[in-house]
Design a protein around this ligand. Structure first.
Ligand code: HAX
Length: 427
C-alpha cells in the first residue's frame, strides 16, 4: 500500500463523519441564492460545489489547502499532491516515497503511441493528449475494480491508483507528443531516479545547461495544478467522474474543455498577441504603442488574451509568481520585456471598458513568454503543459469526491417559459 493510500485511509473516516453530520444537522440551511442574471451568466458566484483541495477568492486568488500559492513557489509536484490530498506538505521521507511511487508508474503502453501515429500530422497537441489518455482507459484500476464488484466505500482506493498512474503517465505522454508533433527526434526515455518535474523537463529534450528550464517546469506544474472546482476543466472532470466513469474518461473530457480559448488555450493565444505587438512595433514597444494596439484589438471585437478572469478581481498571484521568476532570469529577453510593458499598460485600458469586471492579468498572460525564452516556441504545445499540471489537481479532487461518496452531479435546468413565469410572480 502506498504512503498516500495509507494516510488517506487514516483520515477518510473522519471526513465522512464530518460531511454526514453537516448534511444531517444543517441540511436545510441556505448558503447561496440564484438570480436570473446568474442563470444567463454562466452561474458565476453560485455556491453549489464542494472542493476542499483549493479555493479562489476574488481579492486573494488561489490558495491550496488554505495556503496562498505564492508561499508554495519552492514546492515540487510531489509536495503538492500530498498537500492537495491530505492538507499538509510531506516530510522529506514521505516526499521521497511519493517520488519513487510516481517514477515506478511512468509507463505508457505501446498501443498509445500507435494510436497517436495514426492521427493526421497537423493534429493539435491537445487533441493528441486527450486521445492518448483515452487510449489508456483500458488500464483503469477503477474500471477493473468496479467490473469485479467492489464495495462503494472502497471506490477511492482504485481512483487513487488511477490518479497516481495518470499524473505519472501524462508527463511521458506529453513529452512524447512534443517530440513527435514538432519533429524533435525520438522519444527520450525517463530516468526513474529523477523527480517528476525534472524528469519531464529531460524527456522534453529542451537544452538546459543552467537547470533553469527544469525549475520552470517544476514551478509550472505547481502553479497550474488546481484552481478550485468550478472552472471548466475541473468541473467537467468532476461531472464525468460523478457518473462513475473512471479518471481516464473524466480527465480526457476535462482536457477538451481546457483546450478552449477562453480557458487553457489562452496561453497560446496570449503569446501570439505578445509576438504580434513586438513584431508590429519592431521591438519592445512603448507604453503608448501598446495602448494603441490594445484599443485596436478591442475595437475589432476581440479579447485581449491573458487579461480578465471569471472569479479574480486582482492580479492573479500565479502571474506574480511567474513574474518573479522572469525578473530573476529573463529580464534581458525582449519578449519578456514586452510582457512587462503590456502589464504596465493593458489594465489601464481595460479599466475604461465598463463591462469588463477584471482588468488584471491572469496566469496565461505570462507563462508563454517564459517557455518561449527557453526555446519552447511551439505555442500549440503550451496548453498541453497546462493540462499535465491540471491533471494533478483534478485527479486529487476526484479521489476526495470518491472518498466522500459524492453522488452523480445533476443540477436542475429551467426553461425560458418557467423563468418568465417565476419573475412575473415576483413583480
Ligand atoms: N478583453 C476583451 N474583453 C474582455 C476581456 C478581455 N481580456 N475580459 C472580459 N472581456 C469582456 C467579455 O468578453 C464580456 O464581453 P461580452 O459581454 O460582450 O460577452 C465582458 O467583458 C464581461 O466579461 P467578464 O464578466 O469581465 O468576464 P467573464 O467572467 O465573462 O470571462 C474570461 C472571463 C477569462 C473568459 C475573460 O476575461 C476573457 O475572455 N479573457 C481573455 C481570455 C483569457 O485570458 N482566458 C484565460 C482565463 C484564465 C484561465 O481560465 N486560464 O485557463
Amino acid at each position: 500500500m502506498s504512503v498516500l493510500e495509507e494516510r488517506l485511509a487514516g483520515v477518510i473516516p473522519g471526513l465522512r463523519e464530518e460531511a454526514k453530520s453537516l448534511a444531517k444537522e444543517h441540511g436545510t440551511k441556505v448558503i447561496s441564492q440564484v438570480t436570473v442574471s446568474q442563470v444567463y451568466g454562466g452561474m458565476r458566484g453560485v455556491r453549489g460545489l464542494l472542493c476542499d483541495t483549493s479555493s479562489v477568492e476574488p481579492e486573494t486568488g488561489l490558495k491550496i489547502r488554505g495556503r496562498p500559492v505564492k508561499e508554495l513557489v519552492d514546492c515540487s509536484p510531489e509536495d503538492i499532491i500530498h498537500l492537495l490530498l491530505l492538507g499538509e506538505l510531506p516530510d522529506p521521507v514521505t516526499k521521497r516515497d511519493i517520488q519513487a511511487d510516481l517514477a515506478a508508474r511512468r509507463e505508457v503502453p505501446e498501443n498509445v503511441w500507435k494510436v497517436l501515429d495514426a492521427l493526421p500530422e497537423e493534429t493539435h497537441p491537445m487533441t493528441m493528449l486527450s486521445v492518448g489518455l483515452l487510449a489508456m482507459q483500458g488500464e483503469s484500476a477503477f474500471a477493473k475494480a468496479y467490473a469485479k464488484g467492489i464495495r462503494k466505500d472502497e471506490y477511492w482506493r482504485s481512483t487513487l491508483e488511477d490518479a497516481l498512474d495518470i499524473i505519472a503517465r501524462i508527463t511521458v505522454l506529453a513529452a512524447g507528443i512534443y517530440r513527435k508533433r514538432f519533429n524533435k527526434g525520438p522519444r527520450i526515455p525517463g530516468d526513474k531516479k529523477l523527480p517528476l518535474a525534472l524528469n519531464f523537463a529531460r524527456m522534453l529534450g529542451v537544452e538546459d545547461t543552467s537547470g533553469e528550464f527544469a525549475d520552470l517546469m517544476r514551478l509550472y506544474l505547481v502553479l497550474h495544478s488546481d484552481h478550485e472546482s468550478g472552472n471548466v476543466s475541473a468541473a467537467t472532470t468532476a461531472t464525468v467522474n460523478s457518473a462513475l466513469s473512471d479518471l481516464y474518461y473524466s480527465l480526457s473530457a476535462g482536457l477538451n474543455g481546457l483546450a478552449g480559448p477562453l480557458h487553457g488555450l489562452a496561453n497560446q493565444e496570449c503569446l501570439k498577441w505578445v509576438l504580434m505587438v513586438h513584431e508590429r512595433f519592431g521591438g519592445v514597444p512603448s507604453l503608448e504603442e501598446i495602448e494603441k494596439f490594445a484599443w485596436e484589438t478591442l475595437e475589432a471585437g476581440k479579447v485581449i488574451p491573458g487579461y480578465g478572469h471569471a472569479v479574480l478581481r486582482v492580479t492573479d498571484p500565479r502571474f506574480e509568481a511567474f513574474f518573479d521568476f522572469g525578473k530573476k532570469y529573463c529580464m534581458q529577453d525582449e519578449i519578456f520585456q514586452t510582457v512587462v510593458r503590456i502589464f504596465e499598460t493593458v489594465p489601464n485600458v481595460l479599466r475604461q471598458v465598463k463591462k469588463i469586471k477584471d482588468p488584471w492579468p491572469n496566469v496565461d498572460a505570462i507563462s508563454g513568454s517564459l517557455l518561449y525564452h527557453y526555446g519552447v516556441t511551439e505555442f500549440p504545445f503550451y496548453t498541453v503543459l497546462f493540462g499535465v499540471s491540471r491533471a494533478i489537481g483534478v485527479t486529487c479532487q476526484a479521489v476526495l469526491a470518491r472518498a466522500l461518496g459524492m453522488p452523480i452531479i445533476r443540477p436542475k435546468s429551467v426553461t425560458t417559459q418557467w423563468l418568465k413565469q417565476e419573475v412575473a410572480k415576483k413583480d
